[in-house]
Write a protein that binds this ligand. Structure first.
Ligand code: SF4
Ligand code: MG
Length: 316
């Protein structure tokens, strides 16, 4: 609720603070148990920071994080550690996120060893089950990450993420680094595992086409803020926020009769250190009105199951 994550910017010999990078700025979001929530936005819009902050991997600057009815915003020490068992992250780059000097079996059982005491035999059995479950073989236990393809490495990362039976997984662009042919295999695996392990996903992506097949709901971020939230299919059918309209217009349409016009946004994403006044999207918005430079639109429910932050939908 109203989550903010600012990084101070300093200058000069005395490291005087001259401002903040507002990576996440007033983000409110409720994940429902068992759903996949697709969080979408251009790179640098704060979605990874939002994911990491929600999992308490980094401290929020402001705001509140609730999990299962419990306020976890200020947990520290052993309590925070225990809470984190429920959370896992799957990263974009399986090359960078796996320890290259560790045997696959130990990469996967490391979280279990950190949290529980088990015999070597028990651990081995659990790892073998996980390997099987993600489509790898038991002999892979003794191999090293460099012996695997990108897709297989992502499977190792997923097995590791499952090891402690988490409730919430933040998947941060888990297939962006993979060949298109491999992407759908990994996405399918994630979907199967969701039902089997009772998982809730926050699925981060930089474009809408990847989350389309995965998500129950979609949230669109721009410059640290959530600009639209809606049910998956409805967002594609009828995007309401001008930024979402631009993003959906970029998705290839296979049916030539339904050909839509591609909305090309002008200019670059402004710096999160000096976000534009009023609506942060006004410098690039094709629909901008004079008042958009002054009034900051709030995320509001404009129809059932749809929240939008845009003055076009303000009645008053
Ligand atoms: Fe565009 Fe104005 Fe809506 Fe912002 S508030 S998205 S600038 S129309
Ligand atoms: Mg990112």
């Amino acid at each position: 609720k109203h989550l903010k994550k600012y990084y101070p910017v300093t200058a000069g010999f005395f490291k005087r603070k001259i401002g903040d990078i507002k990576a996440v700025d007033d983000l409110s979001l409720t994940l429902k148990k068992g759903e996949t929530f697709g969080l979408v936005g251009e790179s640098g819009c704060g979605k990874s920071t939002a994911g990491r902050t929600i999992l308490r991997l980094t401290n929020p600057t402001e705001g509140q994080i609730m999990f299962d009815g419990e306020d976890i915003t200020n947990l520290t020490g052993a309590k925070l550690r225990e809470m984190r068992r429920n959370f896992q992250m799957v990263f974009q780059d399986p090359y960078a996120s796996l320890n290259s000097k560790m045997m696959v079996g130990h990469i996967i059982d490391e979280p279990i060893r950190n949290y529980t005491r088990q015999s070597h035999k028990q651990l081995e059995q659990e790892v073998n089950e996980l390997l099987n479950r993600v489509g790898l073989r038991e002999e892979d236990y003794y191999k090293y990450p460099h012996e695997f393809s990108g897709g297989q490495r992502q499977r190792i990362g997923i097995a590791r993420a499952l090891a402690l039976n988490p409730k919430l997984i933040v998947a941060d662009e888990p297939v962006s680094a993979l060949d298109v042919s491999i992407q759908s295999q990994v996405l399918n695996l994630l979907q199967e595992l969701q039902d089997e392990f009772d998982l809730t996903y926050l699925f981060i992506a930089h474009d809408l086409s990847v989350v389309k097949h995965m998500s129950d709901r979609i949230g669109v971020m721009y410059l640290g803020r959530m600009v639209e939230i809606g049910d998956n299919e409805a967002i594609y059918r009828e995007p309401l926020h001008p930024y979402t309209q631009a993003l959906t217009s970029a998705i290839p349409e296979p049916d030539p009769l339904k050909k839509k016009e591609r909305i090309i946004l002008q200019g670059d994403v402004p710096s999160p250190q000096n976000p534009p006044s009023g609506c942060v999207f006004h410098t690039r918005c094709p629909m901008a009105m004079p008042k958009c430079q002054e009034i900051e639109p709030q995320l509001k429910e404009v129809r059932p199951h749809r929240q939008v932050a845009c003055l076009l939908y303000d009645e008053d």
